[in-house]
Every structure is written in C-alpha cells, then in structure tokens.
Design a protein around this ligand. Structure first.
Ligand code: URP
Ligand code: ZN
Ligand code: ZN
Ligand code: ZN
Length: 528
C-alpha cells in the first residue's frame, strides 16, 4: 500500500516534463509509473492537467534569531515555514549569526547550537537548514587561519552546515579583504561554500554622510547611496580574492547590471563563480522607493490597491511620516532603476544566475515607522532617515508564484524546466541537499512536492485559486508585502512535505507539520 498517490499530473523536473503517477510511502518518493492502480493508495490526489514540481527550496531566508544581530525580524522559523509552504516552498535555508562571545574550536558550533535549539521549540511546516553568518575572524595572522579551519570542520561534523556568508558592507558586519581571504582559505580546506554580500561598505558610508549633509534623507536616497557600480566593484574585488585562492565563490542577492557583467565575464573565463538573484530585482524599480509606489508598479491590478491610502504624491515632498511608504522597499543591494530588470531575467535564462532566492527578511512596516524598538527608524530622534530603516523585504511565500507568473507564464523564463532548475534543483545541488531535496527521484527524494492549479483553470472551477497577491494570503507575520496587488496566473494548490499535505487550496494543515532541521552535505557545485 502507498500512503499517497498523485495521479495524472504533468511531472516537471529541471530536465523533463512528462505525464505519470507518483506513489509516496514513508515520506519519500517510492515509484513513478504511467499508471499506478488507485486501489494501492490510502489517499489519492487527481492532478489532471496540473504541473507537479519538486517543492521549492528558498536558500536565502532570514528569521528571528536568538542574538537578533539583524534586529527584530518579524517571522519566527514557525511563521516563516508556514508562509513558505503557502507559496510552494518546502525547504528554507536560513542563517545562524556568529556569536562572538564564543571562542575556541567549538565557537561556531555553539552559535549554530543556540539557533537549532530555539527552532526545535517551534512547530515547523517544512525542513530548514542553516548557513553561518561570519563577521569576525577570532585571531589574526596564521593562527587565525588555522583556528577558523578547525571551527568550520567542527560546524560541519556537529551540524552539517556547509556554507557561510560574509559581508563587504554594513557597519559591524563588514569584513576586511584580509579577513575575507582568511575565510575563503578556511572554506577551501573544508569544502564550504563562501557566500558574499558584495557592496563596497566604505563608499556607502561616505555617500550616506554626503547625502545626509545635503538633507537628502528619504527612503529613495538609500538606493542613491549604493549605486550599481559599488556592487560591481565589490563583486570584482571578491572574484579577485577567490581566484587568488582558486576557490569557488557565490554572490547572493545580485541586483546590479555591473555585477551581472562582472560575474558573467568571470564565468566565461572558467572561474567557479555562482550567483543568486531575487524576484524583487526582476519586478520592481526604484520608483517604488519614491513613495508613489502604487502608481509606479506595472504589474498591479489597478482596482486592487487603494491609491488614496497616502497622498504624498511622490518623493520630492518634505520628509514626513506619511511619506514613508518607500521604506517598505528598502533592501540591500537596493532595488535598481528602471531598465535594469530585464538584465535580471536575461541572467536567469542564460545561466549567469544559478538560483533565485527570496532574501526574505521581514520587518514590520508599523515598526519601521514607530518608536517600537532600538532598531527602528523613528527612535531617539532619528527622524526616519533612510540610514536607520531596517534593510529587508518579506518574500518567502511570493517567490514561486511570482516566478511562475512573470517568469514562466509571461515568457521571461525559457520554460517550466528552467523554473524548476533555479527554484528547486540548483539550490539543492548548490547547498548539498540533492537529491534528497529539489528533485523527484524514486528511492532517494523526499516527497516534497507542489501541485499547481491546472494553468488554464478558470476562477469558477477553482474559487480558491488566488489571482492577486494580498498580504492576508501569505501566512507570514509581517504586516505588508512589497507585491500587494500583483496579479498572479497560478498558485500552489497542494504543498506536500515529506508525503504530508501541509497546504491545500488556501488552508494550512497544522496537524501535518513535521519540519525539522536538515543537516547538509558539501556542495556538489560550489566547493573545492
Ligand atoms: O536588505 C537585505 N538584503 N536584508 C537582509 C540582510 C542581507 O544582507 O541579506
Ligand atoms: Zn546580504
Ligand atoms: Zn506616498
Ligand atoms: Zn539576506
């Protein structure tokens, strides 16, 4: 007997599209065949006319962490995984930030341990893994190299963490080139993936001071302070550092055309350079940060947004709380000017981008404008200046529906196989969880699946099929989505995690939540 059989679906993987039935047993894919007899199944889903894809893997998700070094992120792991499955994502990879009060060979393992312990107390709707955020090398010089090597070895053995992120910007997190080299060296000897946030922090600091001295304080100037070239410069510098050590490198949340060109040239030279981009960079322009966003969003269904909710008329008015709408779209690297978005789609199609992640980093909009905590932009006389607006947008739920609509349906992505490649299969390969995750292979893959609504189904047939993005649909804890009002051509109808339906036609099935921590192997793509 099988636990669940999915019949008549169009199975779509990164390499194939074909009609077959899928049988699931004990949480894994047991067999795929042209016809699996209905009487062999305890439960049957008829997926006639619908795509059946592997569950999405969102390899870039920030949630509330014990140390709160990124401030108070709105989602816990519980609410982030609930939101993930509501949008067809069945594995998230989040971050454990280094706890610098810990020292010695097990220092980084302890940073991971605290995070895993905290999430073990929560109900999780899908599996999650962790990257390490490293922002300090404990010791300088040769001793530091050796210690970091041992610390990473322990993190791998203790927790199956095989990737780390370094920052070339952000006060307090920015690493020197010297420390980045030390980190890449330790990554190389341990087969870790080095993820890089590439922006030149020194130029940004200078630009922020300059803009503030001129009274240019609104959200829009966040983007002005971090122009495309400074992402390009940092990207180039990081490639030089990694090629010096002959170690692979992975750029996260790439938004700048300069960075895309630099990455693509390095790839053409045969360097092992990988890159992630995010839906916001393909779909939004910096017009949204000018606070007249609802008029500026090309994909928004006109009657779906309330144009009267604020009346500032744009970004050139004196700066006031009611002109703060642009703060919803503050992220780093920033949303780029009109004209850059097509280059993101081109990069997805031509392989410059290996994966698409959401960079889900939800801060309550109400907190962004309130005096709620030390991280917020209006506290202590900060007056909402852009430099104090927490950086990050929610997006774990909307990533796949947006990519389906604006990527696949609208022809910005070659085909459905490309959709699966960048959203499901490549993230699994890149981060060492393939073929358990990101594929539909009998005997080896977890039964993490998404059954979409049949693409041409009408609203009358399926009243539950969302056609417009609304914050209430997203199951996250955040009080807004940057994609409010966006029309969508499809949405996951069933999300299945390890053989159990966790999301069905708009409803979360909490009793089927069996998410757990996922230790990973070393990357099959991006490690030495
Ligand atoms: O603005 C962003 N991207 N916030 C999240 C933190 C990061 O740098 O990924
Ligand atoms: Zn970053
Ligand atoms: Zn406005
Ligand atoms: Zn991020």
């Amino acid at each position: 007997m099988y636990d669940l059989v999915i019949k008549n679906g169009l199975i779509c993987t990164a390499s194939d599209l074909y009609q077959a039935d899928i049988a699931i047993c004990n949480g894994t894919i047991e067999c795929i065949a042209g016809n699996i007899e209905a009487h062999l199944a305890s439960e049957i889903i008829d997926a006639k006319g619908a795509f059946v894809t592997p569950g999405g893997i969102d390899a870039h998700v920030h949630v509330d962490e014990p140390l709160k070094l990124l401030g108070e992120v709105a989602d816990t792991m519980e609410s982030a995984t609930r939101s993930a499955v509501a949008g067809g994502t069945t594995t998230v990879i989040a971050f454990a930030t280094q706890d610098v009060s810990q020292t010695g060979p097990k220092a980084l393992s302890k940073s991971i341990e605290n995070t895993v312990d905290e999430y073990a107390r929560q109900t999780l709707y899908c599996d999650y893994a962790l990257h390490l955020i490293l922002f300090q090398v404990e010791k300088d010089s040769l001793e530091g190299r050796e210690l970091l090597g041992v610390q990473l070895e322990n993190v791998y053995h203790d927790y199956g963490v095989t990737s780390l992120k370094v920052f070339m910007t952000y006060p307090g997190l920015q690493m020197s080139d010297y420390d980045i080299l030390t980190t890449m060296h330790a990554s190389r000897s341990n087969g870790f993936t080095t993820m890089v946030h590439a922006e030149n922090g020194d130029i940004i600091k200078w630009m922020i001071e300059d803009l503030e001295s001129k009274g240019l304080l609104e959200a829009y100037y966040h983007g002005v302070s971090r122009p495309p070239a400074i992402e390009g410069e940092a990207t180039n510098r990081a490639i030089i550092l990694s090629s010096t050590l002959q170690t692979p490198i992975l750029f996260v949340h790439v938004s700048s055309p300069d960075a895309i060109r630099t990455i693509s040239k390095a790839q053409a030279r045969g360097l092992r350079v990988y890159a992630e981009t995010c839906p916001q960079y393909a779909l939004l322009s910096d017009e949204v940060t000018k606070c007249n966003h609802s008029r500026a969003l090309p994909y928004v269904k006109a009657e779906a947004v309330d144009l009267e909710t604020h009346s500032c008329g744009g970004g050139d008015k004196p700066y006031k709380v009611e002109n703060f709408e642009g703060a919803k779209y503050i992220c780093s690297p920033p949303i780029r000017p009109e004209g850059c978005q097509q280059q993101i789609w081109d990069g997805i199609n031509n392989g410059t981008f290996t994966i698409v992640g959401s960079d889900h980093c939800p801060y309550y909009y109400q907190d962004k404008i309130s005096k709620a905590s030390k991280h917020r932009a209006y506290h202590d006389g900060k007056d909402g200046r852009f430099r104090y607006i927490p950086n990050g947008l929610p997006g774990v739920c909307t990533r796949l529906p947006l990519l389906f609509t604006y990527g696949y349906s609208q022809g910005n992505m070659k085909d459905m196989m490309k959709f699966v490649e960048v959203n499901c299969t490549n993230p699994a390969k890149l981060y060492g969880c393939y073929p358990q995750k990101g594929s539909i292979l009998p005997g080896v893959s977890d039964a993490d699946l998404v059954i979409w609504y049949p693409p041409n189904s009408t609203k009358t047939e399926y009243p539950s099929k969302p056609t417009v993005i609304r914050n209430e649909l997203l199951e996250h804890a955040c009080d807004y989505t940057p994609f409010e009002g966006f029309e969508v051509s499809n949405w996951p109808r069933f999300t299945i995690v390890k053989g159990r339906i966790v999301y069905r036609e708009g409803c979360i099935l909490s009793s089927n939540a069996t998410g757990a921590y996922l230790p990973r192997a070393k990357s099959s793509m991006c490690s030495s």
